[in-house]
Structure formats: structure tokens, C-alpha cells
Design a protein around this ligand. Structure first.
Ligand code: AMP
Ligand code: MG
Length: 371
């Protein structure tokens, strides 16, 4: 008799009364990210092939995976996340050649970028083929594709024999998950399997680049910096809304950008400006809020301390990779500590700092103080 490698990971489900989602037993399994056990990957692949949902680590954040070519499975991803149906998913592949199954045109800039940055935190938006179900692409004529730099999803995609659509494995609108604990908090009871490969390396999502236009356009800054992309393909456009500065007015090219995102339960105020001016302003705001009996948390850098506030240090401002890595888990930690307001300091908008500022601006829902 075959030993069940993941006890209880069968896909038996019962209908729940609320919001049309089904209740499932979520099985969480620890995996070595460098060397995931074959039997666990094979069981996860079976779940994917049977239309189930598997959350897994990538080098950016945890993803919530479904068979990208199975419309019912993809629909379930939208349902369990509470994701608006007009916000398309990124399709993950395990080799560069798979792009030809999904994309009808692959421009030369895409080839150059794939050659240089795949596997890695770069998602390319391309014209899609008929193979991609409309629900996966939210009805657009394009598809977003990425090859993650992580053995767990790579081996899972290969074993399942299908590309895997995977948004971040959180409830829509909440901070993205960088640990399996975060995934369980948001999705326990609605996904079959959570593969726990420890904390993710980069901590913010991939950079989304539209290569159907020339020059290419950044739709979401992320783990791969604009500077690195420009070294390979020359100038790319970064519209103001992609930096998190303005809301969409016309028809969105990257529909995800129009929603409030990454938001804690607490109100988040972002203070932008030079480090010294920001420090003084944050001190002033903390004092003011504390005086009204408000519990305040501060996201800071360089080990600064603020009196009368729960302060979380994201890391050295000269090392924005470390800051990015701790960003989402620090926002979640402050939320859990029960603060009413989180005040965040701006970081320099270069390298991965562009992605950090985009996330903070969106989390603030526009509550930004410029000094
Ligand atoms: P997430 O799934 O949370 O990592 O978000 C994926 C991001 O990629 C969202 O901002 C989507 O709007 C964007 N995206 C996915 N597919 C497309 C597409 N075909 N065109 C433009 N943006 C896309
Ligand atoms: Mg997301």
C-alpha cells in the first residue's frame, strides 16, 4: 500500500454557508527550500492537477497556486482571496521556453530580459495565446509570466506538468505573506496544502514589466530594480501611478494598481522627505497621537527610537534589500501588537526602494505627509 506522504491532504470538501467558499482541511508541510522531498512535491502536484490550491514559497513572497489552464481552479483562487475578478494573475513557468505556450508574441527585449533575469523576480506582460483561459488574465488580451528562482515552485510546476497561476497567498488587500504563518493566518481552511519553506528571501513581489509597448513600462516596481532592467534594455517608463503616487483615472493597464493594497488593520501614515525632516515630523506626530490616547507604532530604519511608540527597525537605510525583506512581516507584527496607527518613514526611491515606497504609499491609502 502506498504510504500517504501528506496525511489528510485528500481533497474532500464540505460546503460552507458563508461566501460560497468551501471548507477544507489545510495541511501544512515543512520543506527544505534547497531540496524539497520528492514525495511532497508529487503530492502537491496531484493537488494542483485535481484543481486544488497549494500555497508555496518563492524568492519574493508566498504564492497561492492553481493550475493556470484550469478555469475552475483559477476561479477558486479569486474566491478564497476575495480578489476582484478584474485583477489578473501571474502565470508561473519552470523554463523560459514555456513562454511560447502562453504568449503569441515575444519581442526582442523580452528575450534579452529572460536571458539575463530568469529565473528571478521579473514578470513580463505579453500578448496571450488562446491556451490561457480568460479568467486567468481577467479578460485582457495579455498574460503576465514569470519563472521563479526557487526550487519548490520550479519542481512543483514540472511535476504538475502545467503552468501555475499564483498571486500572493494572502487575503486581497492585506500585506503579502513572507512566511507560512502569514499564509495560515489568511487562508487556513480554504486551501488544501501549504508548503512551508521558511521566510522568503526578497520580501516584496516581482517587478511587473509590460513589454507589449516600447519603451517597456513598469506596471509594478518589485524585487528587480529599474536600474538593473535599464542596463539591459535601455530606458523604461515608470508612470507615476506605478510608484504609488496617483490613482488610475483612465482604463487601468495593470488593474491591480487601482486597489488599496498591502494594508494593515491599523491606519498607516507615511511621512516622506529628507531623513532629518522625517525624523522630526514622526516625533511630532507620535507625541500628538499619544497625547490623544492613541496606540502608535513606527516603522523606522537605522535603529532609531521613538518615545511612546512601539518601534520596529526595518534595517539599515543603506541596505534597502534588508528593509524590503522585513517590510511586510513588520507591518503584520505591528498590527498584531494592537497599535491603532502605524507611522512609516520614507526610504530613498532607488533600487528596491522604489518597490518599498510603492508598497508604503498603497498601504497608506493616500495618507501621506510630505515634509
Ligand atoms: P499579485 O498576484 O498580488 O502578485 O499581483 C499581480 C500583479 O500583476 C497585479 O498588479 C496585476 O494587476 C498584474 N498583472 C497580472 N497580469 C497582468 C496583465 N496581463 N496585464 C497587466 N498587469 C497584470
Ligand atoms: Mg498580491
Amino acid at each position: 500500500m502506498r504510504r500517504d506522504p501528506i496525511p489528510g491532504s485528500g481533497t474532500a470538501r464540505s460546503k460552507s454557508a458563508h461566501r460560497g467558499t468551501s471548507v477544507v482541511k489545510t495541511v501544512r508541510v515543512k520543506v527544505d527550500p534547497e531540496n524539497p522531498p520528492r514525495e511532497v512535491i508529487e503530492e502537491a502536484a496531484r493537488v494542483i492537477r485535481s484543481g486544488g490550491l497549494v500555497a508555496f514559497p518563492t524568492e519574493t513572497v508566498y504564492g497561492l497556486g492553481a493550475d493556470a489552464l484550469n478555469p475552475d481552479a483559477v476561479m477558486r483562487v479569486f474566491r478564497v482571496k476575495g480578489r476582484p475578478p478584474d485583477n489578473p494573475l501571474i502565470v508561473h513557468v519552470a523554463d523560459p521556453e514555456s513562454i511560447y505556450l502562453l504568449a503569441s508574441e515575444v519581442p526582442r527585449v523580452a528575450d534579452l530580459l529572460i536571458e539575463r533575469f530568469w529565473p528571478g523576480p521579473l514578470t513580463l506582460v505579453l500578448k496571450r495565446t488562446e491556451v490561457v483561459p480568460p479568467v486567468t488574465s481577467a479578460g485582457l488580451d495579455t498574460v503576465a509570466v514569470r519563472m521563479p528562482d526557487h526550487r519548490v515552485p520550479l519542481e512543483l510546476i514540472r511535476s504538475a506538468g502545467t503552468p501555475i497561476a499564483a498571486p500572493s497567498a494572502n487575503k486581497s488587500g492585506s500585506p503579502s505573506p513572507t512566511t507560512a504563518d502569514h499564509v495560515m493566518m489568511d487562508l487556513e481552511g480554504v486551501v488544501e496544502l501549504v508548503l512551508d519553506g521558511g521566510p522568503t528571501e526578497i520580501g516584496v513581489e516581482s517587478t511587473v514589466l509590460d513589454v507589449t509597448v516600447y519603451p517597456p513600462e513598469v506596471l509594478r516596481p518589485g524585487g528587480l530594480s529599474v536600474e538593473e532592467i535599464e542596463r539591459v534594455v535601455g530606458r523604461v517608463r515608470v508612470p507615476g501611478w506605478a510608484r504609488g503616487l496617483e490613482k488610475y483615472t483612465s482604463r487601468p493597464r495593470s488593474p491591480g494598481m487601482k486597489y488599496r493594497h498591502y494594508a494593515p488593520k491599523a491606519r498607516l501614515i507615511l511621512v516622506e522627505g529628507s531623513p532629518q525632516a522625517v525624523y522630526s515630523k514622526v516625533q511630532e506626530l507620535v507625541k500628538e497621537l499619544y497625547g490623544t490616547g492613541t496606540k502608535v507604532g513606527v516603522l523606522t530604519t537605522d535603529g532609531k527610537r521613538y518615545e511612546n511608540a512601539t518601534t520596529v527597525d526595518l534595517g539599515p537605510s543603506r541596505d534597502l534589500r534588508t528593509v524590503a525583506k522585513s517590510l511586510f512581516c513588520s507591518i503584520r507584527a505591528l498590527d498584531e501588537s494592537g497599535v491603532d496607527v502605524i507611522i512609516a518613514e520614507s526610504v530613498e526611491e532607488k533600487g528596491i526602494g522604489l518597490a518599498i515606497m510603492n508598497r508604503l504609499r498603497k498601504a497608506s491609502g493616500g495618507e501621506i505627509v510630505s515634509v
